[in-house]
Design a protein around this ligand. Structure first.
Ligand code: ADP
Ligand code: MG
Length: 447
């Protein structure tokens, strides 16, 4: 009770909850304050993954909290479960996975992205089952496992859950998790530095290779070539390969046929947007992770307002958390209405992006993945711009968010699309009619 380190840590926790709610997790309760050692305030996390997460994502917030709690400007140091408190980080037990790999840091895994926190529903049941099977029998169940689906539907979460689960059951396995972008960057760096031999050699040691957002390989010929060889080497050695993408293999633009066919050798499975019940369960799971109480009606309200991208559910939870901190009130449906009502497209206030996409793709007879691809043919560019225009006009999503729905385009592209469509409507009566028709269909779909 009187333990001063415990008191400091408790004060830090309340500061973190008030000032940095978005990083706070229920498991922070399990962090153990060890006190001041060689000029740092030491905290012990209950697993190596948690320590890594704290180090990478929370260091500055924790330093800030320590200063706020004590008035002293000292750094916070995070230790893993088996680390000696006396030693500097040099004493950290380095697992075989990292020793053998010897490759500069791959992306740290998020401890929240595990199977226990992944809510299973009709839209993701198969992808989830496949991910679990792969984590139980790497290299034997499905190889490669290819998970695809739109933005924010849980690809990264499932991929990381596979890594965390394998790491837990087989601590010695060398698991490498990359974003495709960092694979490409490393590859080009290796070429530039004349270190291709090391680069290739390094991959031979890997037991499980997980690459997120593989569609980023589109049109990158040399990286595709290199990845092709990496893939073959690992595949032949029965090593597990897991890939994610925003489109199925054959719909990734400018991807070599031989890669398309290899990506389909194992299991290709799709994540679809979750239904209402699943969204409610996800909100509750996310709230629990943050140690929050979310009554049913508040969760239902968010699930109604945010009906496409799961990442937005998280944003809504953060907003509510801030409101409830500032107003010092409990989270309930009234607060949810006040916090989310004015600033977000409500179900009754306008169509969702999904409805706009459905309406436009029906009308122009194009695929959603085409709209999200980099393709610039007029037959695709026009419907894409129409979508952006309608989303801007009829939803309250920001330009960035709208860009995110269409292959991660930036806000200037969205602005340009809106201007283009407005200009064309003004000068072309027939096109004006098309847009009117689409807007009428949007209204009908909602009715
Ligand atoms: P993607 O990689 O497909 O764009 P993410 O995996 O980053 O999407 O998911 C976005 C957010 O939604 C993450 O916070 C993730 O934890 C959450 N999420 C997605 N699907 C689920 C699910 N079925 N259960 C719990 N959380 C989910
Ligand atoms: Mg992702």
């Amino acid at each position: 009770m009187t333990d001063p380190d415990r008191q400091t840590w408790d004060r830090m926790l309340s500061h973190l909850r008030a000032q940095h709610p978005e990083i706070c997790r229920q498991w922070f309760e399990e962090i153990e304050p060890l006190g001041l050692v060689s000029g740092s305030f030491c905290l012990r996390a209950h697993s190596g993954v948690h320590r890594e997460y704290l180090e990478r994502h929370c260091a500055s917030a924790f330093n800030d909290a320590f200063q706020n709690a004590t008035g002293h400007l000292l750094p916070v140091r995070f230790l893993g479960p088996d680390e000696e408190i006396a030693s500097e980080s040099g004493g950290r037990a380095v697992p075989r996975s990292q020793r053998a790999a010897g490759f500069p840091d791959t992306i740290a895994l998020n401890p929240d992205y595990n199977f226990a926190t992944f809510v299973v529903g009709p839209a993701n049941r198969y992808a989830h089952a496949a991910a679990v099977a792969v984590s139980e029998r790497p290299g034997q169940a499905y190889n490669p496992l290819f998970i695809h689906g739109g933005v924010g539907l849980g690809k990264t979460h499932l991929l990381q859950a596979i890594c965390l689960s394998i790491r837990e059951h087989t601590p010695d396995a060398i698991i490498q998790y990359f974003s495709c972008e960092s694979f490409v960057t490393r590859f080009t760096d290796a070429i530039r530095a004349g270190e291709m031999t090391q680069f290739r050699h390094w991959f031979r040691d890997v037991d499980v290779l997980v690459i997120d957002d593989i569609h980023f390989l589109a049109a990158k010929e040399r990286s595709q070539e290199e990845f092709f060889h990496t893939f073959n080497a690992l595949f032949q050695a029965n090593k597990q390969i897991v890939l994610s993408s925003d489109a199925s293999p054959e719909h990734i633009p400018d991807l070599e046929d031989r890669l398309v066919s290899r990506f389909k050798w194992g299991l290709v499975t799709e994540l679809e947007p979750p239904d209402f019940e699943t969204r409610v369960a996800i909100i509750k799971s996310k709230a629990r992770l943050r140690g929050l109480e979310f009554p049913d009606d508040a969760a239902h309200y968010i699930a109604t307002v945010k009906d496409t991208n799961i990442r937005e559910l998280e944003g809504a939870i953060t907003t509510l958390q801030m409101y409830s901190n500032v107003e010092r009130t409990r989270i309930d449906v009234d607060l949810a209405r006040r916090a989310l009502g004015q600033n977000h497209a409500g179900a009754s206030a306008g169509p969702s992006i999904q409805i706009i996409i459905d309406t436009v793709t029906d009308f122009y007879n194009v695929r959603v993945t085409d709209l999200q691809s980099k393709r610039r043919q007029r037959s695709i560019a026009l419907p894409r711009q129409v979508c952006m225009y309608l989303a801007r006009k009829h939803t309250r999503h920001s330009l960035e968010e709208i860009g995110g729905y269409f292959g991660g385009r930036d806000h200037t592209t969205v602005m340009h699309a809106v201007k283009t469509i407005e200009g064309r409507k003004g000068g072309d009566p027939e096109f004006h009619l098309v847009v009117d028709t689409l807007e009428r269909r949007l209204r009908d779909r909602r009715a």
